[in-house]
Each structure stands twice: as C-alpha cells, then as structure tokens.
Design a binder for this molecule. Structure first.
Ligand code: PRP
Length: 218
C-alpha cells in the first residue's frame, strides 16, 4: 500500500495514552500537537511520518480498530476482554499492570465457595458473566455499574464485585478484599485485521521496534 496513506492510532484517554506516547517517542514516533493539554482538537497528525493519532474512551478503542477507523489501538486487556471485538492483539506493552478480581467483604468468601446465587456488581458484565458461568459454573445475577464499583457491597447492592485491582488501596480503605483472581491485565497493542495484511511493512517495523525497546526494559 502507498505510504501516502496515514497510519492511524486510537489511544485510550488518560494514563495509558501518556505511557503509550512515551513509548512511541523511544522508537522515534512523536506527535507534538497531542501534548498541548489545552487543545480541543480530536485528531493529531505527524505529517512527516504519515501518522495520525486520536484519543477516545477506552471501551471505544477496539470498536475503532475493528471497523478500520484506526489501524492500531492501545487499550487495557480488561477492555479487550469486555468488548470482544474482531481485532488482533499483538503485543503486551508491559505497563498498566493490574488484576481483574472478584472482591468483597470476607463474609462473602463462603458464598463463592458454596456456589450460592449471589449478586455481582461490575463495570465488566461480560467478564463477570464469562467467569461465573463458564469457568465457575455458578449462576449469579450481574448488575452493571459505571464506576465506583466498590460501593456495591458497601450499600448492599451486591454481595461481591468484579473489578480491577491495582495497588489494592481502594479495597483496603473500604474494608473489602480480593476473594478470587480472574486474570492479570496490562496495556495491549491491537491491530485491525485488514491493516495487518495491507500495512504489513509499516506495522511490522513498528512491532519490531517496540519489541526491541520493551526487551531492554525487562
Ligand atoms: C479503578 C478500579 C478500582 C481502582 C483500583 O477505578 O475500578 O476502583 O481503580 O485501583 P487500586 O487497587 O490502586 O485502588 P478507577 O480509578 O478507574 O475509577 P472508577 O471507580 O470510577 O472506575
């Protein structure tokens, strides 16, 4: 494919995007425009490299990549699992490390062990469903929340939650614990399935450059 075409990156807003930009800088991919925090622009371009970058809500990143609106995306493994889009997950970027866990008060441990029909609050209903139904074979009621999920057991909306645990301080400050671990998480690079073929050379070079930098970090 002609190199006149822009290679487009969708980055999940926030910490992951900042870390991704730092990593890209290390392999010579820069985008000065995107660093201007006062800008309301949505798309940032590096004309020289023929690359475009845009920031979106994390859960939208796999959507842009599946439809080819972005060739490449960076997003947490949690979002990849939850959204379940047709994209290639090609690289673990090693940052944004945390765990997806079932959490709750110590008293809920028994409910999990006895496979009781419990209420599970989560921002990740698909991950929660897959874990309880397919892995644990436990019938549960899943309640979708959009944030501050730890409130669930505190106000007796749910028995447990399925949520991300990073440092564990949110749980600790609210008297909750990790009861079961579902899976480890980190930031991943995803690629559109057609772009992977059509932009083989540019994406291949990007991946090998990133792998070289990431190897030095271990
Ligand atoms: C995430 C997650 C936990 C918290 C875990 O929430 O949902 O609440 O971080 O981090 P910790 O183990 O280091 O305390 P986020 O800050 O994204 O906000 P949210 O609750 O609105 O989803």
């Amino acid at each position: 494919m002609s190199t006149d075409r822009y290679l487009t990156f969708a980055l999940g807003k926030g910490r992951l995007a900042n870390k991704t930009l730092e990593l890209l800088e290390q392999i010579g991919i820069t985008c000065e425009e995107i660093k201007d925090k006062d800008s309301r622009k949505l798309i940032f371009v590096n004309e020289e490299l023929k690359m475009r970058f845009f920031l979106s809500k994390g859960p939208d990143v796999p959507t842009y990549v599946e439809y080819g609106a972005a060739d490449i995306g960076v997003v947490g493994k949690d979002t990849i699992l939850e959204e379940d889009r047709r994209v290639y997950e090609v690289l673990d970027l090693g940052f944004g490390k945390c765990r997806m866990c079932v959490c709750g008060p110590e008293s809920a441990r028994e409910l999990l062990q006895h496979h009781e029909r419990i209420r599970v609050a989560s921002k990740y209903p698909n991950i929660a469903k897959d874990y309880f139904y397919n892995k644990k074979h436990q019938t549960v009621d899943i309640i979708k929340l959009n944030g501050s999920v730890e409130l669930g057991p505190l106000v007796e909306l749910s028995d447990v939650i399925v949520d991300i645990v990073e440092t564990g301080s949110t749980l600790k400050e609210n008297g909750l614990q990790v009861l079961e671990e579902i899976c480890p998480l980190s930031a991943r690079l995803i690629v559109n399935q057609v772009s992977m073929q059509m932009e083989k050379e540019r994406i291949g070079k990007l991946l090998s450059d990133l792998r070289a930098v990431l190897k030095d970090k271990v």
